[in-house]
Structure formats: structure tokens, C-alpha cells
Design a protein around this ligand. Structure first.
Ligand SMILES: Cc1cc2nc3c(=O)[nH]c(=O)nc-3n(C[C@H](O)[C@H](O)[C@H](O)COP(=O)(O)OP(=O)(O)OC[C@H]3O[C@@H](n4cnc5c(N)ncnc54)[C@H](O)[C@@H]3O)c2cc1C
Length: 372
């Protein structure tokens, strides 16, 4: 193990790269190796909204300024019914004051590249899938698509299908949530951030600046039902919905549309076992409606990087789980509640509009606001 990596990170997505960037920023002298099953640096999903807690995490790993420069502040947040009726419109200044700053929309590609640029060259091995691991004297033996790799510790940052989580908890169950989520990028000038709810469907749009915006959609339908033409399928599912849905779909590059079946995975009894720990979606996958999965992954990465800079690997893993379990559980539960809100009948949507903005902002601040 003397010349090999001391710390293997499975997955070079948001959480894996942010952890490695955080370790580099802290000057931690660990030899780190990231393994990713993809052929190269990449990220599906177009763009992402980062809430202030995540921006604070990026500041802690030294990349907050660059990410803000690459992104676009999310202005007014409006929720409308499928008939176009405004259910809520959050004032941008009030939202920023309640959360500590404005949420930021950023393309996933530049975010991933900015994190990757903070890591020493050659640390990421692509085309390298992690299959499982076993504990050995002094560390862990990682089984990969290329054989085995011994290290002192392993971090599973390999997303909600995590093989590290599945080795930690064999037989981990998951269930289809009842709908896929689609995402895409569109070129339509003058859009504002909006979510439209109705008929157990949702369509959201978030501007990225310069006439570019990203959108997401959910529709109740069977799993694994990929359409030949996803855009035509969505145009049909959202026929008759208010503006800007039709324009957004018409302005979308068909090659840039992603579709994932949304799954509910059984919660993990524990996130760590001696020299192994899971972070991000591998530890706490959640429904996408609050836009929190990537944010919580960044908060995880920044905290674990700082704990690793201060103490032994195994103590850091135990402290990490103790510090993050409760908060992320709350976010998982809140994200599921948001899914139920989207799917509620129109009368419930109208009633939910009576909840004062201050109450909503307090709840959002508790899971996604800046704390420093
Ligand atoms: C429709 C939708 C909208 C969303 N919007 C937002 C949003 O606005 N804001 C937000 O914060 N979050 C959002 N999310 C959630 C966010 O995308 C995830 O929570 C986030 O990507 C999790 O990061 P991660 O690093 O834990 O996992 P991932 O991003 O999934 O990265 C995992 C990495 O591990 C690699 N990998 C997987 N398996 C293996 C293996 N066996 N061996 C080696 N490598 C492996 C993958 O190739 C990937 O690079 C959204 C999700 C959806 C579905």
C-alpha cells in the first residue's frame, strides 16, 4: 500500500470532485485517487440551482468566487397553477435576506470543471468502475473493473446507485417513485424562474443568463418508458399548459434532454464502517423537487474535507456521519413533502398559497440557508 493511494474516492461527480478539491485546498497530505466509471469528465442534467448553504460550502473549499462568476442569480421564484394562476411569488431581495444570499443557477459542466481544476492533474481514473470492497488489515481492498486497489480508506461518492453503499448494506431496497424527471437546456430570451404545478405534473424553468435557461419536468408514467422523441412526448404531456412551457420545449436541443426514473432508496442504517464512508446521493438520495441533492452533496464534501484535514480517517468518517445525518434526513423528508405538494389537487395548491412567505422562507432557510 506504500506507493498506492491512501484515500480512494469512488465517483468523480459533484461530491467526489468537491471532496478532492476541498482536501487540496486544505493542503491535506493524503494521496487521493478518484475512480469514475464514465469515459471522461462529464455531467448529465444541464444545470443546477445552488442554494446559499452550498455556496458557503464552495467558499470553504476555495472555489465559491469562480462558481458565482460562472452562474446566474435566481431572481423571483414564482409558482403557478397549470391554469396560469399565481400561487406564490417570492420577492428576490426578501429571499436573499432570509437565506443569506440569492440562490445561483449554474451549468453543471463548468461547475464540474471548476472543481476538477482544483485537483492535481492525473488524480482521476476514468473508465474505472468500482464494484465492491472488502476490509483488510490497515484499510480496504477496492474491486474495480480493472482488478483490485488497496488503500487506507474509501469514500463512496458514487451517486444513488452507489456500489459502495450496496456493499455496506447488501440487499438495499429501492422503489420507483412513480414518475421520471426530465431536464434540458433551452434558448429562449426573457424567461423568469417559474414552477408550474398541476394534474400530478410539474414544469420548472430557471434562467442562466444570456438567453439560456434550464428546465425540468415530471409526469406520472411507468418506469423505463423512454420515448423515441422525449421532446415530442413532453409537448404532448404538457399540451395546453400556460406559457412559457411550449416555447421552452420548442427552444430545446433534442440531444440535450435527459430523463431519469426517480427512485426512492431505503435509508442507510449507517453511512460508515471503519475505513469506508458514503457521501452525497450515495448516502442520502432524495426527490429532486427542492433542488437540494447537489447542495447537500457539496455541504457533505466541504465538511468531510475539513474533518480529514484535522484528524484520523476513521475518526473523521464517524464525526462526519454524526454531524450530517440529522440535517440530511430533514432534507430528504422535506423533498418528499415537496413531491406530495406538487401532486396534490388544485384546491390544496390554492390553500398552500395561504402559507405566509415568511414561514416558507424560514423553512427553506433551515435546510438551505447560509449559517456563517
Ligand atoms: C431533475 C433533477 C433536478 C435536480 N436539480 C437539482 C438542483 O437544482 N440542485 C441540487 O442541488 N440538486 C439537484 N438535483 C440533484 C443532484 O443532481 C444530485 O443530488 C447530485 O448530482 C448528487 O451528487 P453526487 O456527487 O452525490 O452524485 P452524482 O452527481 O450522481 O455523481 C456520481 C458519480 O459517480 C460515478 N459513478 C457512479 N457509479 C460508479 C461506480 N460504480 N464506480 C465509479 N464511478 C461511479 C458517476 O459516473 C458520477 O460521476 C437534481 C436531480 C434531478 C434528477
Amino acid at each position: 500500500m506504500s506507493d498506492g493511494p491512501e484515500l480512494v474516492i469512488a465517483g468523480a461527480g459533484i461530491s467526489g470532485l468537491a471532496l478532492a478539491a476541498g482536501l487540496a485546498h486544505a493542503g491535506t497530505p493524503l494521496r487521493v485517487r478518484l475512480l469514475d466509471e464514465r469515459p471522461g469528465l462529464g455531467s448529465s442534467g444541464g444545470a443546477i440551482t445552488l442554494w446559499p448553504a452550498a455556496l458557503a460550502a464552495l467558499d470553504r473549499i476555495g472555489v465559491g468566487t469562480e462558481v458565482r462568476a460562472a452562474g446566474h442569480p435566481v431572481g423571483a421564484g414564482t409558482i403557478r397553477s397549470r391554469t396560469g394562476r399565481t400561487l406564490r411569488s417570492l420577492d428576490p431581495a426578501r429571499t436573499a435576506a432570509a437565506l443569506g444570499e440569492s440562490p445561483l443557477a449554474v451549468r453543471r459542466g463548468p461547475l464540474i470543471e471548476l472543481l476538477h481544476a482544483r485537483i492535481a492533474p492525473g488524480r482521476v481514473a476514468f473508465d474505472s468502475a468500482v464494484h465492491s470492497y472488502e476490509r483488510i488489515d490497515g484499510g480496504v481492498r477496492v474491486r474495480t473493473s480493472h482488478g483490485t486497489l488497496d488503500a487506507r480508506a474509501l469514500v463512496g461518492a458514487d451517486g444513488y446507485r452507489s456500489q459502495v453503499a450496496r456493499t455496506l448494506h447488501p440487499g438495499l431496497g429501492e422503489r420507483y417513485a412513480g414518475y421520471p424527471a426530465w431536464r434540458g437546456l433551452t434558448r429562449v430570451p426573457g424567461l423568469e424562474a417559474v414552477q408550474l404545478w398541476g394534474a400530478r405534473q410539474e414544469f420548472g424553468v430557471v434562467p442562466l443568463g444570456d438567453g439560456l435557461a434550464y428546465w425540468f419536468a415530471t409526469v406520472r408514467e411507468p418506469a423505463e418508458g423512454a420515448a423515441v422523441d422525449e421532446l415530442a412526448h413532453l409537448a404532448e404531456a404538457f399540451r395546453g399548459w400556460p406559457e412559457p412551457v411550449a416555447r421552452v420545449l420548442a427552444g430545446t436541443d433534442p440531444q440535450a434532454v435527459g430523463r431519469n426514473d426517480v427512485m426512492d432508496r431505503q435509508p442507510l442504517r449507517r453511512w460508515h464502517d471503519g475505513p469506508v464512508v458514503v457521501i452525497g446521493d450515495a448516502a442520502h438520495p432524495m426527490r429532486p423537487h427542492l433542488g437540494q441533492g447537489g447542495c447537500q452533496a457539496l455541504v457533505d464534501a466541504a465538511l468531510l474535507a475539513s474533518l480529514l484535514a484535522d484528524g484520523s480517517l476513521e475518526d473523521a468518517f464517524a464525526a462526519f456521519e454524526a454531524r450530517r445525518r440529522r440535517t440530511t434526513r430533514r432534507v430528504v423528508v422535506a423533498s418528499r413533502a415537496a413531491a406530495r405538494a406538487v401532486e396534490a389537487p388544485a384546491a390544496v395548491h390554492r390553500l398552500s398559497a395561504l402559507v405566509p412567505d415568511a414561514v416558507l422562507l424560514r423553512a427553506l432557510g433551515a435546510i438551505s440557508g447560509r449559517r456563517d
